[in-house]
Write a protein that binds this ligand. Sequence first.
Ligand code: HEM
Length: 502
Amino acid sequence: RERGLPPGPPTVPILGNLHLFPTESPYYKLTEWARKYGGIYSLKVGAGTVVVLTDAAAVRELMDRRSATTADRPPMHVADRTTGGLHMVFARSTQTWKTLRKTAAAVLTTQASTRHLLIQHAEATQLLHDILHSPQSFYTDIQRYSVSVILSILFGKRVPRYDAPEITTFFNTLHQWNGLLELGATPPVDIIPILKFVPERWAKWKRDCKRVRRLQRTLFFGLLEETKERLRVGEVNGCYMEEVLARKVELGMDDEMAGYSGGALLEAGSETTSNYLQSLVLALVAYPDAQKKAHEEMDRVVGEHRMPTLDDLEHMPYIRAMILETHRFRPVAPLALPHATLAAEEYGGYTIPKGATIFVNVWGICHDPALYDKPEEFIPDRYLLTENGKKPGVHGSDLKPSFPFGFGRRLCPGIHLAQNSININAMNLVWAFNFNPDIGADGNPIPSDTGAYTKGAAPAPLPFKCQITPRTPGKAKMIERKFLEAADTFSKFEAALGSEDT
Ligand code: HEM
């Protein structure tokens, strides 16, 4: 470890701390080290440096205020090789990335997000309808919702059922891509660059990159072509890609960039939303007192005879607190995504060198017992007690309210869409249903395991069972009626569907 670097675990020659780097649920180990080495510590990975921030003040300063130098991504040769550097999520701080981001910002404006509310509301009604009719498949119903909403908004095409070929193809492509990017799935070419020159016949990973590249291109450019075809026959529905195609020249995009722009947003925007909503259901089942308070507030503000609307949220401090607490309790991205420095930065008496990778340890901050009372428990009330949910009397810098969505110039471009989806569905689910634990063979409730999550960098709750029942027969009837009314909105997004789905 070079002089001036933040402290960290002892290193060994050549590897540094590489041999210690966790491959499963890395945020647990990174949090354990934070408690030992502090809010800013470093790891040596070969000759490279990783800095882990578990201190809100350091995050605000380095990731938000000094974003001009911390908005790069670390080199990811496998991602670049597979996508030609055109995947917005993994692209370095290049002109291409800037154009892709500018396009997303120009087209996914707050105003556009308001326009997309129509399809989000309609799809959220289908989610209630699906759960009402087959409560045991709520987990995949939520996944269908997420994919269908984002596909409608981006490419103007919805997916009415979970077993539709569009969903199967999408998840197959996404899981192959995630598998390729997993730590240990490919040789460490970014740490030992000479490995890049191993001929393809001896390098399975290069063939894997080609295979995933073909899958992604088939999906992304297939959807792009469908959008163009729809436009050719005059079927316009105001989706993202229609505007990108119309403003291509002004935005500096070509077809290649347009395809990857839609594809990256599709990948980044689907499982994130569904993971959040699945975590919310898990928390409602595991914490009946919180559920009861949410129900009481919903009954007081909305009642039996109408469904909630987004305008109701400002009168629902408890539901707002529940939404914040879900982000804290089970962050969708516990380490956000790694950033990298474009220039050396000094902070807190330490030097962070140019080219260092920076992880924001969102999990470590959200689960710090010095900041939060009983951080391992789901307690929405903490946000009613203090504005930031911290223990009374704990002062100091806070993360920005947008922290679940990342930092600085890399802030999630889908934030408005995502927040609308979360708000609409959180209110709908609480309004419509009772969530209870499943009953075991012995007749007793099976305790929920709120720690059973997938082991990757973006953990999802493992599929779980629970009992979901409508709160009243009147609400069940209203869901049926609203679902029929949604058909009009759906029809605009069904032009490209097969006959079995129309
Ligand atoms: C619950 C929902 C979501 C959460 C919690 C979430 C969170 C995040 C986080 C933490 C990042 C990393 C930011 C950073 O590097 O500092 C990110 C990046 C990104 N998100 Fe989201 N996101 C969500 C939904 C969406 C949606 C709906 C879309 C698309 C419409 C989207 C598109 C993206 C893209 C393209 C990036 C990469 C941005 C870049 O590297 O420049 N996300 N998101």
